[in-house]
Design a protein around this ligand. Structure first.
Ligand code: SF4
Length: 301
């Protein structure tokens, strides 16, 4: 990956962003298995020519910093960030859970933890299915490769946009909102049959895609593109003409938005916010060489 530095930041940022701490071993990692094959393969195949600005790496750097700091909390028998591999039906899979610690409530068993940095909505909607699948695979691979027994799996989530004001508002509306900036997300452990079926399915889609040229790679789905549908937003206009920070209501169809707006006892403004594939737009360096994005997503706007 070629790192650009459009803001002229100091070399410290560039060097830190260029240090890829992924030590590739085995055929495929758990993290890569969870990526859409198109995303993984385009980024791998074109790595030497793809560009990314250092400012686009800031959140990744923050995540690395948090892992680094929490690594200082290593103690006693804990196993932190140790990469290992396991041969599963002919494929060598690598995994690197953030932390394994003896379960104080269950002698002989271990707790498996992964540290994440994300936004509050990840906790509110609990829609990070990838996190759960990642932990399930880690649990299976740790037990098979290292012979440890896992009693609990959890994500410890640091929410970078959490704030107390939003918490109080959510509380008054009886909405879900995390009580503190860091929250624990526990998951029920899948049985081995379920994990093995999941592994088989992910390995199969990646292996099948590896044989294909770029233009024939399977499309990334809406979910994989973190796509948000286009919406019509109704805003309340302040007496000074400014719009409220948040829309009063959102609609899929323009007609619904305009009917709602015309029935308000205050002045409104209706705006269309177009659909966006967040991953493609902001998080996938391969978007420049991806025909799905360039010709079938971007060209629609
Ligand atoms: S640009 Fe979007 S569609 Fe293309 S590989 Fe990346 S995530 Fe997938």
């Amino acid at each position: 990956m070629i790192l650009t530095n459009e803001q002229g930041l100091s070399r410290a940022w560039v060097i830190a962003a260029g240090k890829d701490n992924y030590d590739k071993v085995g055929d495929i990692s758990v993290t890569d298995l969870l990526k859409p094959p198109r995303n993984r393969l385009l980024n791998e195949r074109h790595d030497a020519v793809l560009e990314q600005d250092v400012t686009d790496c800031v959140w990744r750097l923050l995540g690395t910093a948090v892992h680094h700091i929490l690594g200082l909390g290593n103690e006693g028998d804990c196993i932190t960030e140790q990469r290992f591999t396991y041969h599963f039906e002919g494929t060598e899979i690598s995994a690197k859970p953030d932390r394994l610690e003896p379960d104080p409530n269950r002698p002989g068993y271990w707790r498996l933890l992964d540290f994440k940095v994300s936004k509050t909505w990840a906790w509110i909607f609990n829609d990070k299915g990838d996190w759960e699948a990642q932990l399930q695979m880690y649990r299976y691979l740790v037990e098979k490769a290292q012979g440890l027994k896992i009693s609990e799996i959890a994500v410890e989530l640091l929410m970078k946009d959490w704030n107390d004001k939003d918490r109080i508002i959510a509380l008054s509306r009886k909405d879900r909102y995390p009580r503190a900036q860091v929250a624990v997300m526990d998951y029920a452990i899948w049985n081995n049959d379920r994990v093995e079926a999941f592994l088989r399915e992910r390995i199969a889609v990646h292996k099948a895609a590896e044989a294909l040229p770029d233009t024939e790679l399977p499309d990334c789905t809406e979910e994989e593109r973190w796509a948000k549908k286009g919406v019509w937003k109704v805003f309340k206009k302040q007496p000074d003409g400014r719009l409220g920070k948040r829309s009063v209501r959102n609609f899929e169809a323009e007609e619904g938005a305009r009917t709602f707006a015309s029935g308000r006892p205050y002045t409104t403004d209706v705006q269309y916010h177009p659909a966006v594939s967040t991953r493609c737009e902001y998080y996938c360096p391969a978007s420049k060489v991806c025909d799905q994005f360039q010709f079938r997503i971007k060209s629609r706007f």
